[in-house]
Design a protein around this ligand. Sequence first.
Ligand code: SPV
Ligand code: MG
Length: 670
Amino acid sequence: MKALILNSGLGSRMGILTSDQPKCMTEVAHGETILSRQLTLISAAGIDEAVITTGLYDAALVEYCASLALPIKLTFVNNPEYRSTNYIYSMYLAKAQLEDQDVLLMHGDLVFEPAVLDDLLASDESCMVVSSTLPLPDKDFKSVIQDGRIRKIGIEFFEDAVASQALYHLKQKEWRIWMDSISAFCERGDVKCYAENAFNAVSDVCVLRPLDVRDRLCAEIDTPEDLSIVSKQLDGVKNRTVYMCFSTDMIHSGHISIVQKAAKLGKLTVGVLSDHAIMSYKRFPLIPFEDRRMLLKNIAGVSQVVEQQDLSYRQNLEQLRPDYVVHGDDWQSGFQKPIRDEVLSILATYGGQLVDYPYTHEERYIEIERRARAELSLPDVRRSRLKKALAAKGLVSVMEAHSGLTGLIVEDTCVHVDGKTYQFDGMWISSLCDSTAKGKPDIELVDMTSRFRTIDDIMEVTTKPIIFDGDTGGLTEHFVYTVKTLERMGVSMVIIEDKTGLKKNSLFGTEADQTQDDIESFSAKIAAGKSAQKSKDFMICARIESLILERGMEDALKRAYAFVAAGADAIMIHSRRKDPAEIFEFVDTFRARDAATPIVVVPTSFNAVTEDEFKARGVNMVIYANQLTRAGFPAMKHAAELILENHRAKECDDICMSFKDIITLIPDDR
Ligand code: SPV
Ligand code: MG
């Protein structure tokens, strides 16, 4: 593609500004003339050849262009009849230089912003810049549009017309048709009219689309008054600010191209979504926040990078008040729509604008995401993520899973509430639910080999960190092997409880005979586990049963301090009271002495406390230990009863998911 810039005119309406140089050499901003700006933008857009028509100031123009030393090859075509002809004749003279290619055609007095040129060049069809928002000018060009095509261009048309500018992207075919018409005009002596008259004569076969740039800057300079208005507008363009947020941890060429487009709109600030926000809506970020910040900072066109705490843009928009927010158009529907709506309402409060660029759903980007997920399921990567999630989020929320299917539910369930998204951070392989699924009591009857099989089933189809309910840990001599196996599998944490002998589920409390291990022997078990572990990120959590067995707060705290001293990476404090008071008292007292060791709670009984409240009190992990099993069992039982009562399955269908849904429940790539 070549550019054709028309500079043969005298520009006499500019007064003394054109007394010894052509209009295109007029300065529009400090150190920038109309022509130097055009050439710089053209060259930045990747066009490396331009034809410039000249008139009276031919020599001055050629010399000036050489002084600019731009990486663009220039050919000058002089129109010696510049006084008696219009630019239709200059174009005719330039014809030979522009055959068999696309042409970017512009008048030499046009000032436009980079985004206008970008959109023009991105068009697959021949097009001309128009503005549907500007008023129709009295004397300047207007285009008549019918059926999405430009039918006439001229200063005299007002009906069905929009303001337009002599800035065209012409594909070879349309260029040839128009040029043939220009040749016919010139060869019969019609040289004083506009080149657009020659277009109007062939507009039925020359398909030219309007490119609506609305109120983006694209203006011609005819008079000193125009110059002062356009210079001010240009100043505004240069000071414009743009904001976009990266809610991903993978930066690919699609993102770079949006950054480049956004940077053309103004000074670009990029928001980087915090680790915890990415975790809550997508998956664990493969590249941590600081690395993502550096990566984005180094992309050309990015002026500054700031953190965006949440998916909601509110905080950053209210602070930065950018002129533009840029995003892919994929957020016009789906869970991101409320976020977009909020952005629009904030922008409306101060007159900012939203620009949605077409989103690229390319297979190779989907493949990158697939590979990223696959990496998250590798044992080393999965194991280490619990510690990272604890550090990033302060409090993690964990749901029980006892099979591949329940694992998938924990992996994929995601809800969107008030513009925020929530999902679980990890899964709990509960001894109660694992045993129940096998129709067995929760008394360490299901052996470790079978428990590991459950972990395997879950691991095969998920990526989230796993916390294993290790019951009492068994004999110390056995526990050390359990630790090594769990680590090797990619489990992040094992929780063992300070009980000994026949273990019964804690929710029996004192109704069942249960023996609490003594501090020394349980501490020794923890210490043995810690020294058996090979990786640095595997965690052993000591679970304290003193409140369950009604041994008192003091005993619970004494044990907690002792188990931490023995090497426990976290403490789980359990209670079966509805009232959370004893849990809160434990957390308060423990935190006063130990600010760092993570505290885990299982709020099966004290279930009215929210995660936010737990977090505020210093809890770091909330485990929902049995809800999927408890929800699933009555639903299945009810279905069985309905069939027995009705001697057929019809009545049961209403409470079942559809057959189509069940056969498509498991995605192919699991
Ligand atoms: C489990 O889920 O198996 C537990 C927690 O150990 S609880 O049932 O509350 O004891
Ligand atoms: Mg258990």
